[in-house]
Design a protein around this ligand. Structure first.
Ligand SMILES: CC(C)(COP(=O)(O)OP(=O)(O)OC[C@H]1O[C@@H](n2cnc3c(N)ncnc32)[C@H](O)[C@@H]1OP(=O)(O)O)[C@@H](O)C(=O)NCCC(=O)NCCS
Length: 231
């Protein structure tokens, strides 16, 4: 994870040159809104730090030689001057923080999502959640409902990113069946059902990070994947 905040905003100066490729630098210059620039930038830096730490052969490659670009659907990928890295990358940014996740096995898809824990009116949940999810949510004590609702929403977005599809898919096609509140190494499990992708095994994870909740959805793994956390 990488914090945008005042530090991230401050990075949007000449000092950032060494960390962005020319293409990224040009893209950053076209962004008008400071918040978007700051979060976009910290997403790039979080992804590059992660790549340097996890991807074999990338530990000594200067950040400016790596471009984090987006496919036509918006899904991020990483490349150097001569190749697209054989990894699957995901990025999320929210309220001054960014998170990135990487799978070194492209047969295993994953998506990460960072949400700010906040409550929404019941009508929001009724529009975007399944009937069972709304029922589950109502069973939470009032003070836990914002957390559970934000986590469920985040898990849906993480799945949609793992599918490479984003919000073009009906959020009710992804159902959170159960949130296990017994984190192991800081990560709790989320049980997921994904319509039309039921033949795949899905693993969901969550963790609290200050006022944020972070979720990770993994598809295509035969057994529970091992999560290695960096930073
Ligand atoms: C992908 C999506 C779920 C992102 O969720 P979000 O909570 O708004 O934003 P997050 O910060 O968590 O994620 C943004 C990142 O998701 C990634 N992303 C975008 N589209 C993606 C896709 N189709 N698949 C996987 N990842 C995607 C990008 O890396 C993006 O960050 P970047 O632009 O800095 O590279 C959502 O924005 C979306 O569906 N976008 C595409 C469709 C769209 O724009 N619809 C209009 C709004 S309804």
């Amino acid at each position: 994870m990488d914090e945008a905040g005042p530090e991230g905003a401050g990075l949007i100066s000449d000092s950032v040159d060494g960390r962005l490729s020319v293409e990224e630098w040009n893209r950053l210059r076209q962004m008008r809104f400071p918040k978007r620039r700051s979060e976009w930038l910290s997403g790039r830096l979080a992804a590059k730090k992660l790549i340097a730490m996890c991807v074999p052969g990338m530990e000594n490659v200067p950040f400016a030689k790596i471009t984090i670009a987006n496919s036509a659907t918006g899904a991020p990928y990483a490349r150097t001057a001569d190749k697209i890295l054989p990894i699957q990358l995901s990025i999320s940014h929210r309220e001054g923080w960014a998170a990135a996740s990487v799978s070194l096995n492209t047969g295993i898809g994953q998506g990460i999502d960072l949400e700010w824990v906040e409550d929404h009116p019941l009508s929001f949940y009724e529009d975007f959640f399944t009937t069972d999810e709304v029922r589950t949510l109502k069973n939470y004590a009032a003070e836990q409902r914002a957390w559970a609702g934000s986590l469920m929403w985040s898990a849906k977005e993480a799945v949609l990113k793992a599918l490479g599809q984003g919000l073009s898919v009906d959020t009710r096609a992804v159902e959170v069946l159960h949130i296990a509140e017994n984190p192991m190494d800081g990560w709790g499990n989320v049980e997921l059902r994904v319509a039309n992708f039921n033949e795949e095994r899905w693993f969901g994870f969550w963790r609290n990070q200050g006022q944020h909740v972070l979720t990770l959805a993994v598809r295509g793994a035969k057994t529970r994947p091992e999560i290695k956390q960096a930073g």
